[in-house]
Design a protein around this ligand. Structure first.
Ligand code: HEM
Length: 419
């Protein structure tokens, strides 16, 4: 049973204050940033949650070991048991399982990742900065002149969906598909999905595939200068991806490429709205936005938990974990580990001990991290540059009823002070 006070996938999200979550208060912010917690507070670097039979990792050092050591696998097939148990299902729908295979450790994952990562190198992403800036400016043009807009629906989604759709060159129809289907497919990443969510995710994945298949076929015949064509035609040491592999990868990129970055942007805007001194400092010193993004990632990351399975007996922070144990890395605790960070709750963009695990680490280290950083940095700089008096339009905000994503349902703002 979920412990969040609201069944995941429930129709209405609870108000933030009503969620039995942990208060994450950042000094000087004057606002709580509560996370929906799937597990109780840390009682040490590693503890065993008896209700779900999961080891929960809260220390930075132990988290790095879990994410970097090949003795902890990201094999979702192993995790199916956990997902199914938490979601009260016997097994996952087949299309969803096929997508989860992409996260699985081993040659399939490594091969796919090798192909995809070549298109997301820091150099390639840096070259995208002008185009990313233009897409952000177009989205800002769309809200300019309004008395109120929603940072998520009117800005963050159009920006992140626009960027990934343009990279794939799937046009306006494709962007609508990303927005309509990907947000449903993302349920397979939930820690505790409901049966309904998983079936819905499976149906959305099927519809997404039906939209993409003809485009893939056409692009294979006459490739363009886009990410989709590159994935279809790229040959590394004589190895090419199969059409169905590209299809699954593209669906994953559609989801990963817009959900986490969009909600991170919104979390970042809310954190800065709640922290006028730091916001002013940024507005006066716009070159600091890059450093601010790193500190925002540490404290306001959009992904809450990363899960792994021990493939052999392990010792973790003095705990003996038998092979087959399920382990969850609690990123909110790890990024605030007092053994790693001085004054961990304080927002300090120039801290002497920077760094975070918000993109993971190890073989599954986020492929799109350079792009995610760029999108957030440029959006915050351009948003607060264009609307220096931006204020929160409504303080009655709700969080998405999700254990996996730390995401607001909406973030209404006034671009100008109301007369
Ligand atoms: C602020 C933005 C983002 C955050 C916080 C984020 C977070 C993460 C995290 C935590 C993981 C690791 C999952 C694990 O270890 O189990 C991950 C993996 C991944 N991310 Fe991101 N992500 C972001 C943006 C993006 C973007 C923009 C893309 C692509 C366009 C992307 C594509 C991926 C992919 C493909 C993986 C799977 C990598 C693998 O398994 O080898 N992400 N992301």
């Amino acid at each position: 049973m979920p412990r969040t006070g609201e069944p995941l996938g429930g129709s209405a999200s609870p108000p933030i204050a009503a969620i039995g979550g942990v208060h994450r208060r950042c000094e000087g912010m004057g606002m709580t940033d509560e996370r929906i917690r799937a597990f109780p507070n840390a009682t040490g670097p590693v503890y065993f949650d008896e209700e779900t039979n999961v080891y929960v990792v809260s220390s930075h050092e132990a988290a790095k070991k879990v994410l970097q050591d090949s003795g902890f696998s990201s094999d979702r097939a192993d995790n199916l048991d956990l997902v199914a148990r938490l979601g009260n299902m016997d097994e996952l729908p087949s299309l969803v399982s096929a997508m989860l295979a992409l996260f699985t450790d081993g040659p399939t994952h490594d091969r796919l990742r090798y192909h995809v990562a070549r298109r997301f190198t820091p150099k390639r992403v840096a070259a995208m900065r002008p185009r990313v800036g233009a897409i952000i400016d177009a989205a800002l043009d769309g809200v300019d002149g309004l008395d109120e807009f929603d940072v998520i629906a009117d800005l963050a989604y159009p920006i992140t969906v626009g960027i990934i759709s343009e990279m794939l060159d799937i046009g306006v129809d494709g962007a609508a598909v990303v927005l309509g289907f990907a947000s449903r497919i993302v349920a397979f990443m939930e820690l505790r999905p409901t049966d309904r969510q998983l079936l819905d995710a499976s149906e959305a994945a099927r519809n997404c595939s039906l939209f993409l298949l003809p485009i893939l076929t056409e692009r294979r015949e006459s490739p363009g200068d886009d990410l989709l064509s590159a994935l279809l035609t790229m040959e590394i040491d004589g190895d090419r991806l199969l059409v169905e592999e590209v299809l699954t990868m593209v669906v994953l990129l559609m989801i990963a490429g817009h959900e986490a970055p969009a909600h991170f942007i919104a979390n970042g805007v809310m954190a800065l709205l709640a922290n006028p001194p730091e916001r002013r400092r940024l507005q006066e010193n716009p070159y600091l936005y890059g450093a601010a993004v790193e500190e925002l990632l540490r404290l306001h990351h959009p992904v809450n938990y990363l899960s792994r399975t021990a493939t052999k007996d392990q010792v973790l922070a003095g705990h003996h974990l038998p092979a087959g144990s399920q382990v969850v890395v609690d990123l909110a605790a790890v990024n605030r580990d007092p053994a790693r960070y001085q004054d961990p709750e304080r927002f300090d963009m120039l801290r002497s001990d920077p760094g975070h695990l918000s993109f993971g680490t190890g073989v599954h280290y986020c492929v799109g991290r350079a792009l995610g950083r760029l999108e957030a940095e440029e959006t915050l700089r351009r948003l607060f540059g264009r609307f220096p008096d931006l204020t929160l339009a409504d303080t009655d905000l709700t969080r998405r009823a999700s254990a996996t994503f730390h995401a607001l349902d909406r973030l209404p703002v006034n671009p100008k002070p109301l007369a």
